[in-house]
Design a protein around this ligand. Structure first.
Ligand SMILES: Cc1cc2nc3c(=O)[nH]c(=O)nc-3n(C[C@H](O)[C@H](O)[C@H](O)COP(=O)(O)OP(=O)(O)OC[C@H]3O[C@@H](n4cnc5c(N)ncnc54)[C@H](O)[C@@H]3O)c2cc1C
Length: 295
């Protein structure tokens, strides 16, 4: 059971002992981390980060946990969970500044309420903006890198990355390679009729309605250049393959669903898919999903 309290040595930052990954990831899997911190603003984030570094602990950063497979054995370190870093503000320069823990659905509600468009393609991604920018998430051929103006980041020092400095690539940003935390992201938006924004969000959501339901991380593998990982896996006859409670979706072969399994089941199935695809096609699939802990 997790115990929540406020750490007085950190000016009252919310802290949880026994952070349960199975309750904080969309896979619904994984063991525990001894301690997790939930900073509410940039100052708390800096204090917590420095505290963890001073203790020499390993660090895992988690937003909404929608692209994470955490080990059944848990994580031998501290977690910073950004879910409490909330807030979205409109600037005079046709941009919005989002705290890292603001979710895509909160951002799109803000855009709808204020008649702002351009980010509708993100609809349905169950993520925080920190996670979206870190992973350069996107859909329908558009990625967040096309809309990022600036990212504020803390890695012991306050840094501000321009779009170019983020070094965005397919499912990649420089933030994936630095130990630190995105605190805010600034995104381009444009004035747009509110009803049209609403309609476009609905269209994006209905285009995703065929996606498999259930516990998953969305697509497990990145698409090899010019190819579809889902089609490759399907062509290898792997739809429906299962290990324990982990199953390759028979609707979209790049989804591996947790139907009452463990993280080891999912990891073993990922390895089986990779090995079979490599043997049959010579293609080495690379995971999009991020592992936390030892497997
Ligand atoms: C049903 C479903 C559908 C999905 N559909 C899509 C889709 O259409 N397109 C797509 O691109 N992805 C999709 N995903 C994957 C996932 O939602 C994205 O990768 C998303 O960007 C992850 O955001 P998150 O807040 O959940 O991050 P998490 O899963 O919590 O973290 C992912 C990575 O980002 C890092 N991170 C998170 N927040 C921060 C921060 N503030 N600072 C530094 N590092 C941070 C973590 O350390 C980790 O390495 C889907 C997932 C699911 C479950």
């Amino acid at each position: 059971m997790s115990i929540n309290n406020y750490d007085n040595s950190l000016n009252g930052v919310l802290k949880s002992e026994n952070f349960d990954f199975s309750k904080n990831t969309t896979y619904g899997l994984g063991g525990f981390a001894k301690t997790a911190y939930f900073p509410k603003n940039s100052n708390e984030l800096m204090s917590v980060f420095n505290h963890i570094k001073r203790r020499g602990d390993k660090l895992a950063v988690i937003g909404n946990g929608s692209d994470i497979l955490a080990s059944d054995k848990g994580f031998d370190g501290s977690v910073i969970c950004t879910k409490s870093l909330k807030g979205i503000t409109l600037t005079d320069n046709n941009t919005v500044i989002c705290q890292a823990g603001a979710t895509v659905s909160e951002l799109l509600k803000f855009c709808t309420d204020n008649g702002l468009g351009g980010l509708e393609y993100l609809a349905g991604i169950p993520a925080t903006l920190g996670g979206v920018v870190c992973m350069n998430a996107g859909a329908g051929g558009r990625y967040i890198c096309g809309d990022v103006v600036k990212v504020d980041y803390f890695d012991g020092k306050n840094r501000s990355f321009s779009n170019k400095q983020c070094k965005f690539d397919y499912k990649y940003s420089i933030m994936r390679d630095i130990i630190g935390v995105i605190s805010t992201v600034e995104l381009k938006i444009e004035p747009k009729n509110r009803e049209i924004v609403e309609r476009d969000i609905k269209n994006v959501l209905s285009g995703r309605s065929w996606h498999p339901k259930g516990k998953s991380c969305g697509c497990v593998f990145m698409n090899p250049a010019g190819l579809s990982a889902g089609k490759i896996i399907d062509d290898c006859g792997l739809k429906g393959a299962c290990i324990g409670g982990a199953v390759v979706s028979d609707i979209h072969a790049n989804f591996i669903l947790n139907r009452g399994g463990s993280s080891s089941d999912v990891k073993e199935l990922i390895d089986r898919v990779k090995n079979t695809v490599l043997k049959n096609t010579g293609i080495l699939l690379r995971e999009e999903v991020v592992y936390i802990g030892d497997f």
